[in-house]
Design a binder for this molecule. Structure first.
Ligand SMILES: *[C@@H]1O[C@H](CO)[C@@H](O)[C@H](O)[C@H]1NC(C)=O
Ligand SMILES: *[C@@H]1O[C@H](CO)[C@@H](O)[C@H](O)[C@H]1NC(C)=O
Ligand SMILES: *[C@@H]1O[C@H](CO)[C@@H](O)[C@H](O)[C@H]1NC(C)=O
Ligand SMILES: *[C@@H]1O[C@H](CO)[C@@H](O)[C@H](O)[C@H]1NC(C)=O
Ligand SMILES: *[C@@H]1O[C@H](CO)[C@@H](O)[C@H](O)[C@H]1NC(C)=O
Ligand SMILES: *[C@@H]1O[C@H](CO)[C@@H](O)[C@H](O)[C@H]1NC(C)=O
Length: 685
């Protein structure tokens, strides 16, 4: 056996050498017309053309042009916007009908606390060549904040960087944003990079294996009819008649951060793909399941670095009292690919884009960005350990935390990572036994946070973690003891920070986005589902009987208001009915309530008397997530352990009343994640 292996390896080595020789011969004879070269070119023209040097042209003072034989990128100077990308016979894949500053740019939505929000496109004032050799060009467009323009310019120093590399079919983009100590208060709702493509070419959008197709044109949204939540439009007269009667809403194309690695658009003639590849989520905010926009009708391609989407004001980036800040957004990779027009254009380009995304992930952290603010692999550290769970009412022994989400974020309270928007976060998923390895962490002070699918609550390790260049932090076994006071009497749902397991109705046939027709898992992305609550529960609200009802069919996914005509809405009260064979005295019992989202809501809990004025428990006014109107099945996670004194319970039948008491609009409401009633600890403790 061994001998045979050795033999084969020799054959492979020889073959590899031959192939390499062949390749290099091709390269060195670039102008040679010999047939061998021609043959090679047709097999492998990408690699060959790719071997051409990167060139930088700054002859025109208002433009900076980079090219590498694969693509040519034109940037405005000194503003630093991407105004043209020439690729595969298309002079400019960006929308030439748009003004130069509305094709490929960065922007920040910001305001002074109390003022109206405004955009700043971060137009730079200073152009600089960082490096320009045959292997790489890196250019910088920067500006210092000018305090005499404090009304129009967000108080930030900005350094926008673009990199083109030899043999790489795309453009790397990153930005270093900085606030100096003492600068004015500011709120930043959103920081992003935007690309707007030629609408007559790019018609097909792909954001995942299941979510891709021919999309409406931007004018279809103009001729259509805005719906109650006006960012959704009913296409009444689309250019493509097949899309008539469908709904389009950019929030229907959101992804969770952990899944948002590649998305973009395809032109079929010529067959070209344009992709936003995000190899790391370290510079995004609010953890791995934060949802955000991707691509949408325009055709628009976004890289969202921060935003208030699906979290509201709780996750905007606020600076007060002159707090300084510096953060590197990116690099992200704008990738262009092409195929021959034979075969499955969409399938082939999407598959290739995914392959490229994987390559970028594998080569993170990049070694080539030249800003000293972007640390290389050797300037980072690793953190590892094993997360375990101990909940004696589920298992008398400590068990490994199965597929736990484990991450490092700025030091803070338990669960603070989901509203943390200033620092870097590093997340991974553990294996079946809870082993985790977080690699390539930037230097700094962190807390380690985690949550475990199927287990309630949030974990925070109580020791601060300081990561240094080259450090390997081995935490060993650490144990999460989730909230638990006594044995489970009953439970509704699955603790997974989402309402996806509950009853999500079929969409109204007149309000569908057929992108989701096949993908039943994502039914929640359809428009207007919240209104179906009032269709199903016309007069009486939802009643759930423990032991009889099935939450997958009888627990509506969203606790919303009910319209009672003329745009007037009513609070709704849900009932959970359950029987107790006896009441354990003295209590207390515990009601564990985990919410997956809240929007301008107040959840009140009453025990066995719906009419008592003062609720037994209230959350108070919570949430600006807007996850219901924007078709997210979760927003921010909120957890409540509610004491239930035994004198409030009866032997026999009991009812818990859950009232969502705020009812000005149809979009107010909460999403439940999980509810559990625990009896008192009992005598076995
Ligand atoms: C700051 O802005 C003011 C007003 O637009 C302008 O006059 C001044 O030259 C700017 N300063 C710098 C350093 O760019
Ligand atoms: C409890 O944990 C042990 C050890 O991990 C495992 O073998 C066992 O199946 C678990 N029991 C239950 C009821 O989950
Ligand atoms: C952890 O870091 C935070 C923030 O820097 C600090 O307030 C806290 O005292 C530290 N805790 C410990 C145990 O060192
Ligand atoms: C951290 O892990 C990465 C990936 O396994 C490895 O390349 C790197 O050398 C490690 N760093 C240290 C300091 O151990
Ligand atoms: C509907 O409400 C509006 C505003 O509250 C009111 O002016 C109008 O008279 C109401 N119409 C009906 C039919 O009740
Ligand atoms: C509880 O309610 C159910 C359904 O209304 C009823 O059948 C049952 O007899 C009640 N149990 C007691 C102990 O009152």
């Amino acid at each position: 056996m061994v001998r045979r292996k050795v033999k084969w390896s020799w054959v492979f080595a020889l073959l590899a050498m031959l192939i390499q020789l062949h390749f290099f011969t091709g390269v060195f004879s670039e102008n040679n017309e010999n047939t061998a070269f021609r043959k090679l070119l047709s097999i492998n023209d990408r690699e060959l053309v790719a071997s051409r040097a990167v060139k930088l042209n700054t002859q025109n003072r208002r433009e900076v042009i980079m090219s590498n034989g694969l693509l040519q990128v034109t940037l405005s100077s000194p503003d630093g916007e991407v105004i043209a990308i020439k690729y595969n016979g298309i002079d400019n894949v960006l929308e030439t009908e748009n003004k130069q500053d509305n094709r490929g740019y960065w922007d920040v939505v910001w305001y002074k606390p109390g003022d109206e929000g405004t955009y700043d496109k971060l137009e730079a004032t200073n152009f600089r060549v960082i490096v320009a050799d045959e292997n790489q060009v890196e250019v910088s467009f920067s500006k210092k904040w000018n305090s005499s323009r404090h009304r129009s310019n967000v108080p930030l120093n900005v350094d926008k960087r673009y990199i083109m590399r030899r043999g790489v079919s795309g453009l790397y983009a990153y930005a270093i944003l900085e606030r100096e100590p003492g600068w004015p208060d500011v709120d930043m709702d959103q920081i992003r990079a935007v690309f707007k493509l030629q609408k007559d070419k790019f018609r097909y959008m792909a954001i995942s294996d299941e979510r891709q197709r021919i999309m409406p044109m931007p004018e279809d949204r103009v001729t259509g009819q805005p719906l109650a939540y006006p960012e959704a439009v009913l296409l009444t007269n689309p250019t493509n008649p097949e899309l008539r009667g469908e709904v389009d809403d950019k929030y229907q194309y959101s992804l969770e951060s952990k899944d948002n690695k590649v998305h973009g658009w395809i032109s079929s003639d010529p067959p070209v793909g344009f992709w936003m590849i995000t190899p790391s989520a370290e510079f995004r905010t609010s953890g791995p399941i934060k949802q955000d926009l991707t691509s949408h009708v325009g055709p628009t391609v976004l890289s969202m670095f921060t935003s208030t989407h699906y979290g509201g004001k709780d996750i905007d980036t606020k600076y007060r009292n002159g707090e300084p800040w510096k953060k590197v957004m990116g690099p992200v990779f704008v990738y262009l690919n092409k195929v021959s027009s034979k075969g499955d254009i969409y399938g082939d380009l999407w598959k290739d884009a995914k392959k490229q995304a994987w390559k970028e992930v594998e080569s993170w952290p990049y070694h080539f960005p030249l800003s000293k603010d972007f640390p290389k692999s050797y300037q980072r550290g690793n953190v590892s350990g094993q997360l375990q769970v101990f909940d004696r009412y589920i298992n008398s022994s400590i068990t490994g935390a199965k597929y736990a989400y484990v991450g490092l974020a700025a030091p803070g309270d338990v669960g603070s990572w989901q509203t943390e928007t200033k620092g870097y976060q590093f997340w991974t998923q553990s294996d079946e036994k809870g082993n985790f390895f977080i690699k390539n962490v930037r230097e700094g002070d962190y807390n380690l946070y985690a949550w475990v699918p199927g287990v309630i609550g949030d974990y925070k390790h109580d020791i601060n973690i300081t990561v240094k260049a080259g450090s390997q932090f081995k935490l060993g076994a650490i144990v999460y003891r989730p909230p638990r006071y006594g044995p489970t009497l009953w439970e509704i749902g699955v603790p997974d920070r989402s309402a996806v397991e509950y009853f999500v109705p079929d969409p109204y046939p007149t309000l569908m986005n057929r992108l989701y027709t096949k993908d039943t898992m994502d039914k929640f992305r359809q428009y207007g589902l919240w209104e179906q609550y009032a269709d199903i529960y016309r007069n009486d609200d939802l009643k759930y009987t423990v032991g009889v009802s099935d939450y997958t069919r009888e627990w509506f996914f969203a606790h919303v208001t009910r319209e009672i005509g003329n745009r007037t809405y009513q609070a709704t009260t849900w009932q959970i009915m359950f029987e107790l064979p006896y009441v354990d005295n003295p209590g207390p019992y515990t009601l564990q309530v985990a919410l997956a989202s809240a929007t301008d809501s107040e959840l009140q809990v009453r025990l066995n008397d719906a009419n008592v004025e003062k609720p037994h428990f209230t959350t108070g006014l919570i949430g600006k997530d807007n996850a219901i109107a924007r078709h997210g099945i979760h927003g921010l996670y909120r957890f409540y352990s509610i004491n239930v004194p035994s004198n409030k319970l009866y032997r026999g039948n009991n009812t818990i009343y859950l009232t969502q008491s705020r009812s000005r609009s149809p979009f107010q409401g909460i999403l439940y994640d999980y509810i559990r009633l625990e009896s008192p600890p009992g005598r076995d403790t």
